[in-house]
Design a protein around this ligand. Structure first.
Ligand SMILES: Cc1cc2nc3c(=O)[nH]c(=O)nc-3n(C[C@H](O)[C@H](O)[C@H](O)COP(=O)(O)OP(=O)(O)OC[C@H]3O[C@@H](n4cnc5c(N)ncnc54)[C@H](O)[C@@H]3O)c2cc1C
Length: 462
């Protein structure tokens, strides 16, 4: 085995001009993503390439030295997917942050992976277009990270997850070869869909260096309903009734009492703190169609027993209400150490999942605020404990394992949108079955025979 310094010498010699961070303090800042409960390693170096050629050269050199690489966007992931691996090179794509083209005729945008989601949304909005994927982290997460995790967010109920928006990618493979998948047309069934294989693979099959993303016409001004419920059962019933009424709002989000109080304490919004749950329902159809959609949702909430229903037609206020929901995690973080989970079930099992979350938190004597994309059946139970209280942290760990199994037992998943990453690898086979995981391992070995790309993430180390 060659000394570690060899690869640094090779990177400096063969990729002139490459920004390479090797100071310990710099490397420390790339050790973690937002999955703070996971113990990652310290990268040997952090490379900040500016072009596909540089990424390809780095991967070729890493492969020759059998040194793993970890692709990284903004590091806002919640599954340890872009956290450091001891002795590996982290490749941060944040300097590749150009929007290369907006093509209104084909309704696509071509971007580098380091573009921030919110910047793309703003740029296409100036052309009367809309980039739909909308994770609550949209102001700081990158398109590369969104594709890496197949990110969800607040609009999936209507517009689907990131996968729906990815038409093509340019990818650097494990040997440094560069391929392009897909195209900008509406139809294309030539061969296997390598685009879809890359989406959600968390940097384990290739490094995305460019993406062609589908755009939509800009939606109309939002109308929003905020409904407060005396019980969680009533809120779940309102979700069922809203969907049964035949409408598809663009947002259908939930916050429980604990989360409402945390958000209200932070921003003094005068939310109803006696309510057990709040639903945020939004329509972007505009005009009479939005009016009808919101009226249906409002009626569903009232029939289900909402104590208070507030409607907003002012777009600024609607934006602000959505921002309130986006604040949920940061509001809970103010209370102590936090672990945000990400289970999802078919909508018909939502009430069972909500009840089980309460039971699990009680059994393990841990505080939990639940919020999330209830219209997708995707909830973020977030456990909170005093920093440094290791006994509570252990109880939270036990509660999370039970939570995963409860969701899987209801025909759901241990992760709806954050990814298996490094933190949930041990349960992948339990959800998918060992045969399915073997197929995934064969795909991984075919594309990355020396397991250079983000090893130990998504799939267990073999
Ligand atoms: C407050 C908060 C709210 C959030 N809300 C949501 C939400 O609503 N919905 C949601 O889905 N997520 C949410 N997240 C999680 C996170 O923001 C998303 O997973 C996001 O997609 C990560 O983007 P990133 O740029 O930070 O990627 P990173 O965290 O850096 O990386 C994520 C994964 O993608 C891989 N990756 C990164 N770039 C590339 C690339 N160019 N090629 C190949 N692989 C790559 C990494 O290896 C890693 O496995 C939230 C996080 C926070 C902190």
């Amino acid at each position: 085995m060659r000394p570690m310094s060899d690869i640094l010498d090779a990177l400096r010699a063969d990729v002139p001009g490459l920004q390479l961070l090797t100071d310990e303090i710099d490397r420390e800042s790339y050790r973690r993503d937002e999955a703070l409960h996971h113990e990652p390693g310290l990268p040997l170096a952090v490379a900040l390439p500016r072009s596909t050629d540089e990424v390809a050269a780095i991967v070729r050199i890493a492969a020759a030295h059998r040194v793993p690489v970890v692709p990284r966007g903004a590091g806002s992931g919640l599954s340890g997917g872009s956290s450091g691996i001891e002795g590996a090179v982290t490749i941060a794509l944040t300097r590749m942050d150009r929007i290369l083209e907006i093509d209104p005729e084909n309704r696509v945008a071509v971007v580098q992976p380091g573009v921030i989601n919110a910047d793309l949304k703003a740029a296409v909005a100036r052309e009367g277009l809309f980039y739909a994927p909308d994770p609550a982290s949209y102001e700081f997460c990158t398109i590369g990270g969104n594709i890496g995790t197949n990110a969800g967010g607040l609009c999936c109920i209507k517009y689907g997850v990131t996968r729906e928006a990815v038409a093509a990618v340019e990818v650097v493979l494990a040997d440094g070869a560069v391929i392009r998948t897909g195209g900008r047309g509406v139809k294309d069934v030539a061969g296997y869909s390598l685009t879809q294989l890359m989406v959600g693979s968390q940097g384990t099959l290739g490094i995305i260096t460019e993406a062609t993303l589908r755009l939509r016409p800009a939606p109309q001004r939002s109308q929003t309903v905020l409904a407060f419920f005396p019980t969680m059962a009533a809120a779940a019933d309102a979700v069922t009734r809203t969907m049964a009424s035949g409408v598809t709002p663009c947002t259908l989000e939930l916050m429980d009492r604990f989360t409402i109080a945390a958000v209200d304490d932070w921003h003094r919004l005068e939310l109803d703190r006696t309510a057990e749950a709040l639903l945020l329902i939004e329509s972007d159809l505009g005009g009479p169609a939005a009016e009808a959609e919101i009226a249906s949702a409002e009626a569903a909430c009232r029939t289900a027993g909402a104590a208070e229903v507030v409607r907003s037609t002012d777009p600024a206020e609607a934006d602000w209400l959505r921002q309130v929901r986006r604040m949920a995690y940061r509001a809970l973080e103010r209370l102590g150490a936090c672990r945000m989970e990400d289970v999802a079930v078919p909508r018909s099992r939502l009430l069972d999942l909500l009840a089980e979350i309460g039971t699990i938190a009680e059994r393990h004597q841990v505080r939990c605020g639940t919020f999330g994309h209830v219209g997708d059946g995707n909830l973020h139970p977030t456990f909170v404990w005093d920093r440094g209280d290791t006994a509570s942290e252990e109880r939270v760990e036990a509660a999370c394992q039970e939570l995963y199994r409860a969701a899987m037992g209801m025909g759901g998943t241990l992760t709806g949108e954050h990814g298996i990453g490094a933190t949930r690898v041990h349960l992948l086979a339990e959800q998918r079955g060992s045969e399915a995981v073997r197929v995934m391992q064969r795909i991984k070995s075919a594309l990355d025979p020396h397991h250079i790309l983000n090893p130990g993430r998504v799939l267990p180390l073999e």
